[in-house]
Each structure stands twice: as structure tokens, then as C-alpha cells.
Design a protein around this ligand. Structure first.
Ligand SMILES: [Zn+2]
Length: 382
């Protein structure tokens, strides 16, 4: 089959790779109908993950049709149209039984490869290197989906592919951010980053009853989307004193909840150069910690750098902040999000700004990485 593979830093290619096969009785094979680029792919593209190998198939977010099922699969039949959650989780471990699929003990299968400084590995993930389980991703004609009863979800007939696709990753990540932030009716919520996850975090906050949602970015087209589709107010940080504006729009206190959804900052710090470690300048995190009201919650999403320097720990203690984070979404919210999509409460298809054949994958990623031509997500069809 054909698949979009990582070859070397900043080099992708569509290659012929072996068809996936059932390896476990709980697997299904899915024929892909749509797959999308993701912000967490960008450090991989740049070759910043030492565990990535030439030929690894990328693609975190995908949707397709079940074409083969293992003998222990109960919830899926051949022909089902399914969206597959980005997190690979077993469904049976201590975390999965509590709905914390993103913390699954069995999804990421190479714990030893995770930086010891991070403690433990999180769940597995499609289209990621060994530390996240080494599962081939969805930028391909076919994908093996492990633990299919846990991670694949039948899409209601009323929801089209271009909408349901984002129930795999961006929508549940945004929902999880609002949940981790404990967004309550009447809250003021600030979101840094107006990409797909930032926009869907803003929408989740609105659906949970936030009184005001403010999205911070510099891309005018993304900010317009956040206004139109998430009902958010927007701040262009190039022309606005963000901290002052957030105070002004939150009764002088600062937002109740601050979510950082900017993906991985490209800059590297002095400490990074000195130590050679994966240390980045978390400007948006610093701004969020500074802006958040006392006793508020700061949520950091996505592929944040492993280590940061000059973190304002004093602000966390002095302002008794709650600091939370997640790299991957849980799976438990996917059915609820699909129902909201079916009821037209949650629209996501506008995020697919560029639709391309899989053959044009390298070009799609170039557009996405550069945010060129208004690209929010490039969506591929095999
Ligand atoms: Zn588990």
C-alpha cells in the first residue's frame, strides 16, 4: 500500500510499504478515508525525535472503514465507518478503568525509551515513534488499530467525514482542556493558539457555559475562524498588550482558566544550547501563568518540550494556581463529541482548509508547517 513516510529531517515521501495485518485478536484493519496533519507532527518533521526512523508512517488523526476484525472484537463489523481516537489505550489498566486513556500503562510499549526525567510514558499514539508505541499512522491506505473496541468509534450517519475526522484528536483534546481547566458557567477563559485544538478548546469552553472566551494568536484568518465558529473574542498579540487586555476583560482579576494550545515553540533557549537537552522557551506558558487570576487554572496542551527553564514557579505558589497538562486526549469523550456533531452543536469541517490526495502529502505538510495560504489542517485522501 502507499503511505506518507518520514524520510529525514524536513523530508517526507509517499512510499510503498507492506499492508498492515491483524497481530492481536483485539485489532481491526481500517481502510482510511481521511487523515489530517497535526501540530505534534512538526517536531517529528524537523527530525527532533531521535526514535523516529526513516520509513515511519505519520498520521495521528484519521477516519475510515473497517475491512477486517480480530476474533475478540465485539463492537465493530466489516463495513463500519469509524473514527479512531489518537490515543492507543488498552481499556483495562488502572488508568483506563478510570477513563484516563491518555495515561494508559499499556499503549506506549517502550517505557525504557522515555526520558527518565519525565517519569512514566503516557498512552500510545498513532503515527509516532517507538516511545509512543511505534504504531503506524493514518496517512496511508490502511491502518492496524489495536484495542479496537476501546479506541475506534462508529460515526453516526448524520456526521460527514470532514466533520467526524476531528473527533479523533483535535476535538477531544479541546474538550479535555476545558475539563482539566474545570470551566464553569460564567467563567472567563483565555486560549493561546488559534489552530484546530485552540479553536476547539474555545468551542468546548463555550459549550460548558463560559461567559467569555478570548483567543490569542497572530494569524488573522485563524482568529476570524475562532470568532465565527467558536464564538470567541480574539486578540492579535502583535498589536495588543495581551496581559492588560485580559485583565480589562475579566473584571481586573485575569482569566479564570488559561489554556496554552500553541504546539511546540520553535525557539530554543540558552539552557538548551548549554546542556544539549530538549529545552524550549515557553513564552505562551509564561504569559498564561502571569495572566491567570489568583486561584485559577493553567492548562498546557500538546507536545510541550520536556524541560523548560526560567519557569515562574513563584507565580504558581503565590497565586495558588493549579497547573495541569495533557499531551493526548482521552477516548471517553469521543462518542459524546460525535453526538454533538450530529446535533450540529460542534462543527469542525472548516478546519480542513486544504484537501489533497495522499500523493501530495509532502506539499500538504509544507503548507501546514508554514501556515501558508491560510492552512489550519491539511486533510489527505488516499
Ligand atoms: Zn490502559
Amino acid at each position: 500500500m502507499r503511505a506518507l513516510c518520514w524520510v529525514a529531517a524536513d523530508e517526507l515521501a509517499v512510499r510503498e510499504v507492506p499492508d498492515p495485518e491483524l497481530r492481536n485478536e483485539r485489532d481491526v484493519i481500517v481502510r482510511v478515508r481521511r487523515s489530517a496533519t497535526s501540530g505534534v507532527d512538526l517536531p517529528l518533521l524537523a527530525g527532533r525525535d531521535p526514535l523516529l526512523r526513516a520509513g515511519d508512517v505519520l498520521g495521528t488523526e484519521f477516519l475510515g472503514e473497517v475491512v477486517e476484525t480480530g476474533p475478540a472484537v465485539r463492537r465493530h463489523r466489516v463495513g463500519d465507518r469509524v473514527v479512531v481516537g489518537a490515543s492507543v489505550a488498552c481499556g483495562g489498566c488502572w488508568y483506563c478503568r478510570r477513563g484516563r486513556h491518555s495515561c494508559c500503562d499499556n499503549g506506549g510499549t517502550d517505557v525504557a525509551s522515555v526520558d527518565p526525567g519525565l517519569g512514566r510514558s503516557d498512552a500510545g499514539c498513532f503515527g509516532r515513534p517507538r516511545a509512543a508505541g511505534g504504531f503506524a499512522g493514518g496517512h496511508a491506505e490502511y491502518v492496524r488499530v489495536p484495542y479496537a473496541d476501546v479506541g475506534a468509534f462508529r460515526v453516526p450517519d448524520a456526521v460527514g467525514d470532514d466533520r467526524a475526522l476531528f473527533a479523533a484528536d483535535a476535538a477531544p483534546t479541546g474538550w479535555l482542556a476545558a475539563e482539566l481547566g474545570e470551566v464553569r458557567p460564567g467563567d472567563v477563559v483565555a486560549v493561546w493558539g488559534a489552530g484546530a485544538v485552540g479553536q476547539l478548546t474555545a468551542r468546548a469552553a463555550t459549550l460548558r457555559g463560559a461567559a467569555r472566551v478570548l483567543v490569542v494568536d497572530r494569524h488573522a484568518d485563524r482568529l476570524r475562524m475562532a470568532e465565527r465558529h467558536a464564538g470567541a473574542e480574539t486578540l492579535d498579540y502583535r498589536s495588543t498588550d495581551v496581559a492588560a487586555e485580559l485583565r480589562e476583560r475579566s473584571g481586573g482579576r485575569g482569566p479564570d482558566v488559561c489554556v496554552v494550545a500553541v504546539g511546540v515553540p520553535p525557539t530554543r533557549s540558552v539552557a538548551d544550547r548549554l546542556t544539549g537537552r530538549d529545552v524550549d522557551r515557553p513564552d505562551a506558558v509564561r504569559e498564561a501563568v502571569h495572566a491567570c487570576r489568583k486561584d485559577g487554572v493553567v492548562v498546557v496542551l500538546g507536545g510541550a518540550p520536556g524541560h523548560v527553564d526560567a519557569f515562574a514557579l513563584g507565580a504558581v505558589t503565590d497565586k495558588r494556581l493549579t497547573l495541569r497538562g495533557s499531551r493526548r486526549p482521552d477516548l471517553r469523550d469521543v462518542p459524546m463529541l460525535l453526538h454533538r456533531m450530529a446535533r450540529d452543536e460542534l462543527r469542525t469541517e472548516h478546519l480542513a482548509t486544504h484537501r489533497l490526495p495522499l500523493e501530495d502529502g509532502p506539499r500538504g505538510y509544507a503548507l501546514f508547517a508554514d501556515r501558508a495560504d491560510g492552512c489550519v489542517r491539511a486533510v489527505f485522501t488516499p
